[in-house]
Design a protein around this ligand. Structure first.
Ligand code: HEC
Ligand code: HEC
Length: 281
């Protein structure tokens, strides 16, 4: 029972370490914490987002393209032909404008399907227009697969490297990677000390683990407005409380090392997958 519980919690923390580790390397490489940039993103993007721009210029341009392109379909289904033509023209203009925003991505704005869309609209054949809109959509999609998430991470979310947590045991401020190591010391310490038949030390580690998990839980607010499921939710805190009850036995069973797997089969993995760093980050 205790072995299984420790296994679940320890798996989560190992994932957490993987989660925090690569980010710190990126920060070291660039010399300043938090300045790590996704290697694949063009630097001209900086001009299109705050603080250099007043607002998210690229994102607004994207929405403009989307409205015009989708407007073609809306009017097509209404058989509003002047509307179809007007949206097509507006889309072509916006596509050109947007493609000029990021010179490094010029080649990714393939014009051929956009010209094809113009011809399809002129033909007035609904099937041809539908097909042409799909072809244009493929141009959008390919770039989104490569770049949408890195851009969102870089320009819309605070940087893990800039967030510090206060370790409640050492009473020191530290970044996520170091904090995760401390959390893991507490967790691993429980198992190690139980195995060494030192239940009193194991209890000290458990109490540190509780305090550190509480600090970790608060840290999510730096980026998330809503309560977090996984990793820091009530079920994980409940697991720790149950572990506490087990450890109160005068001589908790020794746990074989083998009982500590390295992967978690519980939901906390989802939070970590949500936080996989993108290249260079
Ligand atoms: C060369 C790359 C590229 C191309 C081509 C591209 N996009 Fe985008 N698009 C992006 C990036 C990067 C973002 C993320 C911007 C952000 O979040 O600030 C984005 C975001 C968007 C969004 C906002 C999605 C959201 O949930 O926030 C829409 C809508 C959109 N694009 C529509 C389109 C359409 C329609 C096309 C094709 C006509 C297109 N994009 C072509 C790179 C591209
Ligand atoms: C530095 C900013 C940052 C911090 C701090 C942060 N997150 Fe996230 N988190 C993100 C981003 C960015 C995403 C991906 C975008 C999304 O899914 O909304 C994400 C996604 C997630 C997801 C998957 C999507 C969802 O909403 O279910 C989970 C779960 C999650 N985070 C949990 C946590 C937990 C737990 C903590 C605290 C230990 C935490 N996050 C702290 C930025 C952060």
């Amino acid at each position: 029972m205790m072995a299984r519980m420790l296994a679940v919690v320890s798996g989560s923390l190992l994932l957490a370490l993987l989660w925090a580790g690569p980010r710190s390397t990126a920060a070291r490489e660039t010399g300043t914490a938090g300045a790590g940039q996704p290697l694949s993103l063009p630097s001209s993007l900086d001009l299109l987002y705050p603080p250099q721009a007043q607002g998210p210029v690229l994102l607004l341009a994207m929405h403009g393209m989307n409205t015009a392109l989708t407007g073609i379909l809306v009017d097509l289904f209404e058989e509003d032909w002047p509307g179809v033509a007007a949206n097509c023209e507006s889309f072509q203009v916006r596509f050109e404008e947007t493609s000029a925003l990021v010179p490094e991505w010029k080649d990714r704005f393939d014009r051929e399907p956009v010209t094809g869309l113009g011809h399809a609209v002129e033909s007035g054949e609904p099937d041809r227009i539908l097909g042409a809109v799909q072809d244009v959509g493929a141009v959008c999609h390919h770039c989104h697969v490569d770049n949408m998430v890195p851009v969102q991470q870089k320009y819309h979310w605070p940087d893990f490297g800039l967030i510090t947590l206060e370790d409640p045991i050492l009473r020191a401020d530290m970044g996520y990677p170091q904090f995760m190591q401390m959390l893991n010391v507490s967790l691993t310490g429980i198992g190690v000390d139980v195995e060494q038949d030192q239940p009193e030390n194991a209890r000290v580690h458990l109490s540190a683990l509780k305090a550190r998990m509480s600090e970790l839980t608060n840290s999510c607010d730096a980026c998330h407005d809503t309560a977090r499921a996984y990793f820091v939710d009530q079920s994980v805190h409940d697991l720790i409380t149950q572990l506490e009850a087990l450890l109160e036995a005068p001589q908790p069973d020794a746990l074989p090392r083998r009982a500590w797997p390295t992967s978690a089969a519980n939901g906390s993995g989802s939070a970590n997958r949500g936080h996989r760093p993108s290249p260079g980050r």
